[in-house]
Design a protein around this ligand. Structure first.
Ligand SMILES: NC(=O)c1ccc[n+]([C@@H]2O[C@H](COP(=O)([O-])OP(=O)(O)OC[C@H]3O[C@@H](n4cnc5c(N)ncnc54)[C@H](O)[C@@H]3O)[C@@H](O)[C@H]2O)c1
Length: 436
């Protein structure tokens, strides 16, 4: 099998610097190109001195050679992995790949770091040789910290290329590899963005029923096995501008009949925030803001979506019986919220096999490694009790999502068995779990 010992990173922005820094840290030879030498040099400064730096060992910056896309692209012939990480624009990426096509060596593997453009759109009209050697490598930001890497082959990709890149990124760069299909937003963002966009609407209904934003965040964090940022807190971190971009892309590209199509627009109050530039942490405040008082102390405030005004943040302590995901089986307001957002997302995930992933394992790993969920959707359904979960869906007169229907049809009770050594496949049989 071909081996990767050097990486040419094209584009030295957020992702390019992250990938270049990680490869240099692990002692691989890196070529880093950007639009100008000045841009590339600034990128190297960020790699070494950014907060946090992409390189932990500053001396290893000597593994990186800088250059420009205009003058130095021919150097890629000496590199084993050509990793494109320029702006998210189809024509710009296609124009660069046209040049890569003539300059790369035949033994090289090539990847694009798109987050939303289908691989088949990028590779259309390329030579067979490039199509055979091309995949999407979908890293998460910050590259050094986030374990998830989704690898997405096209219809013409040689399986050996997936194997070479998976092996290198897993064993040399320390990534957790998830195998995804060439569908909109791949796995992690398809499910994670549904959770957020659908969640904004369901959370808005919960506010109408009298829950506070702080309670919504308290339920949508540790009780569900989710990070402490909670629901509104995570959207503040990402920014409403990014969520709006994601929603527009989904509106265009989600397949007909997909449950996510109903939620690609924001609820009215959130749309107003976007229009006022109240985007989240990056704009000084979104759903929450932290302000400094004259005496230097800090105060946290909540943008009350019902009254559309700021008020002091309220600390929430949930009752004991609301501290676990089982709350979604209760009739309380908190339970209904948990069922709507978390239960709804689990159902969405269970309906996306085989469309976005061949099995439950890749979906569970994507949500654990990319979104910090303690349990992936199918692991969480197992923890809740698949039978109980299925019964609740049946009671609400909803159709069972595909994988739950399969479980129900076969009479199986779990997505994983034998101490998490085996998983339930689309064929209704259990299979050995692939190594991480
Ligand atoms: N930022 C993320 O969280 C994230 C996550 C996953 C994937 N991605 C994808 O990775 C790719 C890079 O994203 P990023 O966040 O690093 O972007 P970025 O804006 O930080 O960097 C893009 C780089 O492209 C260069 N560039 C600008 N115009 C160019 C042109 N006409 N030709 C060639 N290069 C040009 C810029 O100088 C910059 O260094 C995008 O396709 C993006 O969708 C981003």
């Amino acid at each position: 099998m071909r081996k990767i010992q050097s990486v040419a990173v094209l584009g030295a922005g957020t992702m390019g610097t992250g990938i270049a820094g990680l490869a240099a840290e692990k002692d691989f030879k890196v070529l880093l190109l950007d639009v100008s030498l000045e841009a590339a040099e600034k990128a190297l400064q960020r790699i070494v001195g950014g907060r946090p730096p992409a390189l932990d060992t500053p001396e290893k910056a000597s593994n990186i050679t800088l250059g420009t896309l205009e003058d130095d692209l021919d150097k890629i012939k000496d590199y084993d992995w050509i990793c494109e990480a320029i702006i998210e624009d189809l024509d710009t990426k296609r124009a660069l790949f046209k040049r890569i096509e003539t300059l790369r060596s035949d033994h090289s593997v090539v990847s694009t770091n798109t987050s939303g453009i289908p691989l088949h759109a990028i590779s259309e009209g390329m030579t067979e040789s490039l199509r055979n050697n091309l995949v999407v490598t979908h890293f998460f930001n910050p590259v050094k910290i986030m374990r998830l890497l989704e690898i997405v082959p096209g219809v013409d990709t040689d399986p050996e290329v997936v194997e070479i890149l998976s092996d290198f990124c897993r064993n040399q760069l320390g990534k957790g590899i998830v195998h995804a299909k060439d569908t909109v937003n791949f796995i992690g963002n398809r499910i994670g963005c549904f959770w957020m966009l659908m969640g904004l609407h369901k959370a808005s209904d919960a506010l109408d029923r009298g829950l506070s934003m702080e309670t919504i965040d308290a339920v949508m964090s540790s009780p569900m096995g989710l990070p402490p940022t909670g629901f509104y807190g995570l959207i503040d971190l990402i920014g409403l501008d990014v969520m709006d971009f994601v929603g527009k892309n989904l509106k265009q590209n989600l397949p007909e009949g997909d449950a996510g199509r109903a939620f690609t627009d924001f609820p009215e109050s959130v749309q107003k925030m976007l229009e006022h530039g109240q985007l989240g942490r990056k704009s000084g405040g979104g759903f929450y803001r932290v302000t400094k008082r004259d005496d230097g102390s800090k105060s946290k405030e909540t943008f009350d979506l019902k009254n559309e005004s700021w008020r002091p943040f309220q600390e929430i302590t949930l009752a004991d019986d609301q501290q676990s995901p089982d709350v979604m089986f209760s009739d309380s307001a908190e339970g209904r919220l948990a069922w709507d957002i978390m239960g709804g997302t689990l159902c969405y995930a269970a309906d996306l096999i085989p469309e976005i992933s061949g099995d439950v394992v890749n979906i569970d790993r994507a949500m654990r490694w990319g979104f910090g969920w303690q349990k992936g959707p199918f692991e969480l359904i197992d923890a809740l009790g698949a039978e109980k979960f299925i019964e609740k869906i049946k009671q609400s007169d909803q159709a069972l999502p595909a994988m739950l229907q399969r479980l129900d049809d076969t009479g199986c009770k779990h997505f994983y068995q034998n101490g998490h050594q085996e998983y339930f496949g689309t064929d209704g049989c259990y299979h050995p779990l692939p190594a991480e």
